[in-house]
Design a protein. Structure first.
Lengths: 490, 497
C-alpha cells in the first residue's frame, strides 16, 4: 500500500501535490445458463418478468439450491486471478428492504468467500506494469430492476435479473491514478473473457464497478474514502475518479474534511453527488443463510478445473514475445482479446511473426477500428491475411501492392493468390523490363540526373517515377539497386 | 358401532382395504364431523368438494386393486403448508387470500400416496406461539375440558401451539391425522396438551420445500395422529429426499410402521437429570417416573444421564429462532403478493403493510431477531447462541456415544391452560412451555410426544422421547410401549357437537 510514490501520478492541488488512492469492487455477472439459486434463465433481453422462478420471486416456502456451474465459474476466475481457492465457503444473508429484492435479503458471502487473496498484473501505457492485489472474490445474487418511467404514480419491478449470479471481485487499494484504474478494469475484463466466466459487456450491465477513492499527501496515511457506486463504463470510471479526487482535494485544501459516504457519478454533469452518508448506511444484519449448507469441495475438484483453463493473457503475451520475437507492446495489443490473439496466432504460425503482427495490428485492427467492427466480424480471415503475408515474403507482391490486395480481399473476398494472378498484380522482377523503365526516366530528366549526383536523396524521386511507370509492380529493391548503379550514387 | 371418523388411521386403512366402507363414506363422516365442530375453530378452510373428489378417485383405485399407502385416508393440513390452488395463510393477515401455484413437498407426498385433504388447519401466526392464541383468525379451542367436581368446566382450554389446529382436529376426530410443524415444540407440545401423538422427525427427514418458513435451521414437518402407529404410517409418506431443499437428507425412508412393534427389550433409556427443573409439578414428576417404570418393565435399561447445557437451550433458542424469522419474514412486504396497505412512499407502504399484516407476537419476534443480528450485538447474541447450540448438540452426542438409545423426558411442564390465562402475562412465561422440547430442535434430533395419563383435572399429559439422528424407528418402538402401558385415554363428551 505504501509503494514508492510515482511523482508523475500525483494530482496538482492549489497548495501542493496529492496522491489519489483507489480500490475497486467489480461486480461481474457469471456466464451461466441459469441463476445462482434457481433454474430460471439468465438470457438478456427477455420481456420483463419472463425469467422468474418461484424462488426468484421469493414465494413463501421457496428454497435456494446452488447452481454448480456458477461455483465452477467462480473457482475458474479465482484460478485466473492466481488466488487462493477456499474449499469451504459460506453463504450469508445481507438483509435490507427494496422492491427489487424479493427475499428482503441478498444471498451473498460475507466472512467466508469462495476465493481469497490473488493478484492481477496490469500493463500501463508508459510500458510500466503494476501488480494489483485482489482481496477476495465472492458469489452473490443480483437484484431485480425497478422501473420508474412506466406509470405516473407507480413503480414497476422487473425480476429477470433477480437471482442472477454475480462475482464481486474486491481489489486492494493499490491503484494510484485514473489511468491505473482503467487499465486494471480493462485487464480484469480481459482475464474474465479469456476464462469465459463473464462476458464483460458493460453496456448490458455484465460488469459494474464500485470505486473507492481517497486522497492524501504523498507518504501520509490513507485519507477518508468515498465509494462511488455502480459506474458502468471504463471511461466513466476514469472520469469519476478524476472528478472525485479533485472534489476531495478542494475540500481539504479549503480546510474541510472528507465525510465517508456513498456517492453517485453523473457523467452528464461531470460530478459526483452524495447518495447516503455513513450514518445512513444500512445495517445489513449479515448471518449465515440457514437454507444453505456451507459450500464445500475438494482440491481434486479445483485441480480438475485448473486443467481445463485456457492459456491466460499474461502467459500468452510472454509466449508471443519468446516464440514470435514480438515487442512486449505488440504482444500486449494482440492478447488483449482472446479472439485477436487466436487470429494472430493463426496468421503467424509458420510465418514471420513480426510481419504477421504488423499486418494484424496496423492493417487489420486499423481497418476494423475504422469501421467499428470487432475481430469476430472481420471479412478477412486469418488464412487470407496469411496468404497476403506469404505473397510479400515470397517477393510475389510488394508491400504497397499488398495493401491494395488487402483492400480487395476486404471488400470483395476471394483467395489472395488468385486475385494477384487474375489482376496481374505480380511484382515485376524481370531486370530487363525494369531497366527499360529506368533508362527512359533518366533519358527524359537529364537535369534531375545532374542534381541527383549532387544530392543523393533525390534517388527517392527516381524510385517513385519508376514505380509509377511500372504500375507499382516493380520490385523496389531491384529498382533501387539499378538506379544507384545508373546514376552513380553510392 | 364406532363412527368412521373415530377409527384410528390404521383401522380406517384396513377397513377400506377390506371394503367394509368406502373412502367416500369415510370422508363424508369426517366432513360431517368438521361441520359440527366449527366451535373449535380448528379448520381455517374446509375443502369438502375437493375431499370428496379425492375420495372418489381413491374408491376407484381401491376397486382396481391399486390402493396406495394412504389411499382414501382423510387428513387435515396445517395452514403453513402451501397447497396448490388452496388458500394458504400461515395464520397471518399478511397472507390473507394467498393462493399458491405450487404444492409443498410434504403434502405432495401425501397426495401421491392417496391421502384425502379435508382442509387447512388453524395455527399460531407463522407458527409462533404455544397456545394457538396468536392466529389472526381466532383461537383454537381444545376439545378437552377440565373436570371440576365430576362435571365439565366451561372454561375453554388451549390446544397448545403452534400446531393447535392440527392437535385439536386430531383429538376431536375431525381427521384421521394431520400435518404439523415443529420449530421449538410446535408438534410435541400441542400433542401432549390434547392427548395425541406427535413426532418431530430428525431435521432433514422431511423436505421444507413449500412450507412457509419460520426458522429455517429449526423447522421440521411431522404428523400428529391418535396413535403411535398412525404417526409412523404418516411419517413414512411425508418424509423423503428432495433436491429442492439442500438441508433435506438424501436418505431412504425406513419402514416406520414395522418398527412400531419392535419393543424395547435391551434398549438403554436415558433420564436426563437436568430436566428435573426447579418447581416441577409433582404430577409431572410422577408421570415421568411411571414412564420409566413401564419401559423398564418392558425390558429396557433405565440410566440417569446428564445433558449439562440444557438450561441454556431456551434463551439460545429465543435468539436463533427470532433471528432467522426476522429475515425469513422480510419477504412479506406487500410488493408481490398478500396484503398491501398503501403508504406515502415505498417505506410507508412497507410500514403500513407490515403493521397491519403481522400480529403482536410476530412483531415481537421480528424485533428481537432484528436486534440480535444488529451490528455490535451480533457477536454477543447470535454467535454465542450458536455456540450454545453446538454444546447442546454435543451433550446429546455424548449421551448416545455412551450407549443411550433414547431419552425420556416430560413433554411439557404442565397440562394445558385456559385460553387467556397466559396471553396477557410476560411472554417468557409462555415461552417456558417449550423448555423440554427446544433442545431437540437446537440439536436437530427426532422427538416424539406420546400421551401417558391425565392430570388431577382430567387434562392429558404427555411424555417425550428423544432419539438419535435419523433413528425415528426406536422412538416409535419405545413410544408404542408407553402408549400400550398408559392405555388410550378417551376424550370427554363431545361438548362442541
Amino acid at each position: 500500500m505504501n509503494a514508492p510514490v510515482n511523482p508523475k501520478k500525483l494530482i496538482k492541488g492549489g497548495l501542493h501535490d496529492w496522491e489519489v488512492v483507489i480500490g475497486m469492487e467489480i461486480h461481474a455477472q457469471v456466464t451461466s445458463r441459469s441463476k445462482l439459486f434457481s433454474g430460471a434463465s439468465t438470457a438478456f433481453g427477455a420481456e420483463p418478468n419472463d425469467n422468474v422462478s418461484l424462488v426468484d420471486a421469493a414465494m413463501p416456502g421457496m428454497l435456494p439450491v446452488i447452481n454448480e456451474e456458477c461455483v465452477a465459474q467462480a473457482v475458474r476466475t479465482g484460478l485466473g486471478l492466481k488466488a487462493k481457492i477456499n474449499l469451504r465457503s459460506v453463504f450469508d444473508r445481507k438483509n435490507y428492504f427494496y422492491p427489487d429484492l424479493p427475499q428482503g435479503y441478498q444471498i451473498s458471502q460475507y466472512k467466508d468467500p469462495i476465493v481469497g487473496e490473488g493478484e492481477v498484473l496490469v500493463d500501463l501505457s508508459d510500458g510500466e506494469s503494476i501488480t494489483v492485489g485482489i482481496e477476495r472474490l465472492h458469489l452473490e445474487q443480483d437484484a431485480g430492476k425497478s422501473l420508474h418511467d412506466q406509470n405516473p404514480t407507480q413503480s414497476f419491478v422487473d425480476l429477470n435479473r433477480s437471482g442472477v449470479a454475480l462475482m464481486e471481485i474486491v481489489s486492494r487499494p493499490d491503484l494510484r491514478s485514473s489511468e491505473e484504474a482503467r487499465a486494471y478494469v480493462t485487464k480484469l475484463r480481459t482475464i474474465l473473457r479469456y476464462l469465459g466466466t463473464c462476458d464483460g459487456d458493460m453496456e448490458k450491465g455484465s460488469l459494474r464497478a464500485d470505486v473507492n477513492v481517497s486522497v492524501r499527501k504523498p507518504g501520509n496515511p490513507l485519507g477518508t474514502r468515498c465509494e462511488i457506486k455502480n459506474v458502468n463504463s471504463i471511461r466513466f470510471i476514469g472520469q469519476a475518479i478524476e472528478t472525485e479526487a479533485r472534489r476531495q482535494i478542494a475540500i481539504i485544501e479549503d480546510g474541510g474534511t472528507i465525510d465517508q459516504e456513498t456517492r453517485l457519478f453523473d457523467p452528464g454533469k461531470g460530478e459526483t453527488r452524495s447518495m447516503r452518508s455513513k450514518e445512513e448506511a444500512h445495517d445489513y444484519r449479515y448471518f449465515p443463510d440457514p437454507d444453505l449448507l456451507p459450500l464445500e469441495f475438494d482440491q481434486a475438484y479445483v485441480d480438475g478445473l485448473a486443467e481445463g483453463l485456457p492459456e491466460l493473457p499474461d502467459a500468452k503475451k510472454a509466449r508471443f514475445v519468446s516464440e514470435f520475437g514480438l515487442s512486449a507492446y505488440d504482444a500486449g495489443v494482440l492478447v488483449a482479446e482472446r479472439a485477436s490473439a487466436d487470429y494472430y496466432e493463426a496468421v503467424a504460425r509458420g510465418r514471420d511473426g513480426k510481419a504477421a503482427a504488423n499486418w494484424v495490428i496496423n492493417e487489420l485492427f486499423g481497418r476494423l477500428n475504422k469501421e467499428g467492427k470487432g475481430i469476430e466480424e472481420t471479412p478477412v480471415s486469418a488464412d487470407q491475411l496469411g496468404q497476403i503475408v506469404d505473397l510479400i515474403g515470397e517477393g510475389v507482391i510488394s508491400g504497397k501492392i499488398a495493401k491494395d490486395l488487402f483492400e480487395i480481399v476486404w471488400t470483395e473476398g476471394g483467395s489472395p493468390r488468385e486475385v494477384v494472378a487474375a489482376r496481374g498484380m505480380k511484382q515485376v522482377t524481370d531486370a530487363g523490363a525494369i531497366e527499360a523503365a529506368v533508362d527512359e526516366i533518366i533519358a527524359r530528366n537529364p537535369d534531375k540526373v545532374v542534381q541527383a549526383r549532387e544530392k543523393p536523396t533525390l534517388l527517392g524521386w527516381f524510385v517513385g517515377q519508376t514505380m509509377k511507370a511500372t504500375g507499382g509492380k516493380a520490385n523496389p529493391a531491384a529498382v533501387n539497386a539499378l538506379l544507384k548503379a545508373k546514376l552513380g550514387i553510392e | 358401532m364406532t363412527e368412521l371418523n373415530e377409527l384410528t388411521l390404521a383401522e380406517a386403512r384396513d377397513g377400506l382395504k377390506a371394503r367394509t366402507f368406502s373412502a367416500r363414506e369415510l370422508t363424508q363422516a369426517h366432513i360431517a364431523a368438521v361441520e359440527k365442530a366449527r366451535a373449535l375453530n380448528a379448520y381455517l378452510l374446509e375443502t369438502p368438494d375437493r375431499a370428496l373428489t379425492m375420495a372418489e378417485v381413491s374408491d376407484a383405485k381401491i376397486a382396481r386393486g391399486e390402493a396406495r399407502p394412504l389411499e382414501g385416508l382423510p387428513l387435515g393440513i396445517k395452514d403453513l403448508f402451501c397447497t396448490h390452488g388452496v388458500v394458504t395463510t400461515a395464520g397471518s393477515r399478511i397472507l390473507e387470500g394467498f393462493e399458491p401455484h405450487y404444492e409443498s413437498a410434504v403434502t405432495h407426498n401425501l397426495w401421491r400416496d392417496g391421502a384425502v385433504m379435508l382442509g387447512k388447519l388453524n395455527l399460531d401466526e407463522f407458527a409462533m406461539g404455544s397456545s394457538n392464541e396468536t392466529s389472526a383468525y381466532g383461537d383454537v379451542i381444545s376439545p378437552w375440558r377440565r373436570q371440576e367436581n365430576g362435571t365439565l368446566s366451561e372454561t375453554p382450554i388451549v390446544p397448545g401451539g403452534s400446531s393447535g389446529g392440527s392437535a385439536a382436529a386430531v383429538a376431536a376426530h375431525l381427521c384421521l391425522g394431520a400435518t404439523a410443524t415443529d420449530t421449538g415444540g410446535s408438534i410435541r407440545q400441542p400433542a401432549a396438551f390434547t392427548g395425541t401423538v406427535g413426532i418431530k422427525p430428525t431435521y432433514g427427514r422431511c423436505s421444507r420445500w413449500g412450507t412457509v418458513a419460520f426458522a429455517s435451521s429449526l423447522d421440521q414437518a411431522g404428523p400428529i395422529a391418535r396413535t403411535v402407529r398412525d404417526c409412523a404410517i404418516l411419517l413414512g409418506s411425508m418424509a423423503g429426499p428432495d433436491a429442492r431443499d439442500t438441508t433435506c437428507a438424501d436418505l431412504p425412508v425406513p419402514d416406520f410402521e414395522a418398527a412400531v412393534s419392535r419393543g424395547v427389550k435391551g434398549l438403554t433409556i436415558g433420564i436426563p437429570k437436568e430436566y428435573r427443573v426447579e418447581g416441577m409439578l409433582a404430577e409431572i414428576q410422577k408421570l415421568w417416573d411411571e414412564g420409566a417404570k413401564w419401559l423398564a418393565a418392558a425390558g429396557a435399561r433405565i440410566v440417569e444421564i446428564s445433558l449439562p447445557h440444557t438450561r441454556y437451550a431456551l434463551p439460545a433458542y429465543y435468539i436463533v429462532a427470532p433471528a432467522e424469522a426476522s429475515s425469513n419474514l422480510a419477504r412479506y412486504d406487500g410488493v408481490r403478493y398478500g396484503l398491501r396497505v398503501p403508504g406515502r412512499d415505498i417505506a410507508g407502504m412497507y410500514e403500513n403493510t407490515r403493521a397491519a399484516g403481522f400480529g403482536r407476537e410476530v412483531k415481537r419476534r421480528i424485533m428481537i431477531g432484528t436486534y440480535v443480528l444488529s451490528a455490535g450485538y451480533y457477536d454477543a447474541y447470535y454467535v454465542r447462541a450458536q455456540k450454545i447450540r453446538t454444546l447442546i448438540k454435543r451433550d446429546f452426542e455424548q449421551a448416545y456415544a455412551a450407549g443411550v438409545d433414547a431419552i425420556l423426558t416430560p413433554a411439557t411442564p404442565s397440562a394445558a391452560f385456559g385460553i387467556g390465562e397466559k396471553a396477557s402475562a410476560d411472554p417468557v412465561e409462555m415461552y417456558l412451555n417449550d423448555v423440554f422440547t427446544v433442545t431437540v430442535n437446537m440439536a436437530g434430533l427426532p422427538g416424539i410426544a406420546v400421551p401417558a395419563g391425565l392430570d388431577a383435572q382430567g387434562l392429558p399429559l404427555g411424555l417425550q422421547l428423544i432419539g438419535r439422528p435419523f433413528d425415528e424407528e426406536t422412538l416409535f418402538a419405545t413410544a408404542q410401549v408407553i402408549e400400550e402401558a398408559a392405555g388410550r385415554t378417551a376424550l370427554p363428551r363431545a361438548w362442541w357437537a
